[in-house]
Design a protein around this ligand. Structure first.
Ligand SMILES: Nc1ncnc2c1ncn2[C@@H]1O[C@H](COP(=O)(O)OP(=O)(O)OP(=O)(O)O)[C@@H](O)[C@H]1O
Ligand SMILES: [Mg+2]
Length: 300
């Protein structure tokens, strides 16, 4: 079972579109997938046609109450389960601010779930607060969607520092596995330059004992495609809404790469499902400083 958090504190880079449509593509391939919506905007839930009614149990009840996680896991399609979010989740950050171990509530609750899945995918909000931290302490891996656009890289070093800190202090299993280029404008010079810069940054770490030594990027580029933007307003994945579109093709191709990666990972090392922690102290103050690195800028 792979537990993958889709994160980037930058807004609108394709996290939800990727979390939803990658989940649906894997489900289409017969994989059992559980998508957990951790964003108070509830976009992933709405994308899958869930959450139009006022009252329902959501991940908010799991994080702030005694509600077991298994009680908030709804099957929404063949092979696809969803733990929905709710606008109430916006208050969770504040409500949990004094709670001891608030970053590992989801992980503790996950330990009581006995259903088997091939993939658990977390859609995270555009922030590095307690909701994203709950995803990072529960997941083993991170997929980082990037929009190849100058401002999309701004803040990346803060994100990397956060991942490093969580891995060191709260979840020693955690690693950044892959980058997914989203909203890709094929053929533009800027997109290719940004991709070049990012690849160069991660290539410098290869062969070292750095946390970033094994980060790869998927060959599939998720092209900008209007059908992907339209599908959420019908409460449908791209495969239900426009199964022949470029958007559907790209997410199918991404799912193939993900499944290939799963085979490679299981060959190279048995996946650990254990959740280890070196300490449960909140290091919230360490997540606040932002010192973006000059490598984000072109030298020309
Ligand atoms: N490849 C694409 N082509 C066209 N539109 C896209 C594509 N990917 C995402 N979009 C649209 O761009 C907007 C932002 O995408 P999305 O919601 O997936 O980003 P996000 O990172 O989850 O945003 P947030 O940070 O607010 O959670 C949405 O309206 C979505 O439908
Ligand atoms: Mg989103």
């Amino acid at each position: 079972m792979r537990k993958i958090a889709v994160i980037n504190q930058k807004g609108g880079v394709g996290k939800t579109t990727t979390a939803v449509n990658l989940s649906a593509a894997l489900a289409e391939q017969g994989k059992r997938v559980w998508l957990i919506d951790l964003d108070p905007q509830a976009h992933a839930s709405l994308h899958l046609g869930f959450g139009m009614q006022e009252e329902y149990l959501s991940v908010y009840d799991v994080l702030t109450d005694e509600t077991p996680l298994a009680n908030v896991c709804h099957q929404v399609e063949d092979n696809l389960w969803l733990t929905p979010s709710h606008i109430d989740l916006a208050a969770a950050e504040m409500e949990l601010s004094g709670a001891v171990g608030r970053e590992i509530i989801l992980r503790d609750k996950m330990a009581d779930v006995h259903q088997e899945f091939d993939y658990i995918i977390f859609d995270c909000p555009p922030s590095l607060g307690v909701l994203t931290l709950n995803a990072l302490t529960t997941a083993d891996e991170i997929y980082l969607p990037l929009q190849p656009h100058f401002l999309a890289l701004h803040g990346l070093s803060k994100l990397l520092r956060t991942i490093e800190l969580v891995a060191r202090r709260l979840n020693s299993n955690l690693r950044l596995t892959s980058l997914v280029y989203c909203l890709f404008d094929t053929g533009t010079r800027l997109a290719n330059e940004i991709v070049g810069d990012v690849e160069y940054f991660f290539a410098q770490h290869q062969g070292s004992d750095s946390m970033w030594a094994e980060v790869t990027s998927f060959d599939t580029r998720i092209r900008r495609n209007i059908r992907l933007a339209e599908a959420p307003s019908y409460g449908q994945s791209i495969f239900q809404y426009a199964g022949d579109s470029n958007g559907a093709q790209d997410y199918r191709s991404l799912a193939m790469e993900v499944m290939k990666q799963t085979q490679q990972l299981s060959r190279s090392a048995p996946m650990s499902s254990a959740t280890q922690t070196d300490g449960e102290d909140s290091e919230a103050q360490d997540f606040s400083a932002d010192q973006d690195q000059p490598w984000l800028y072109h030298s020309r």
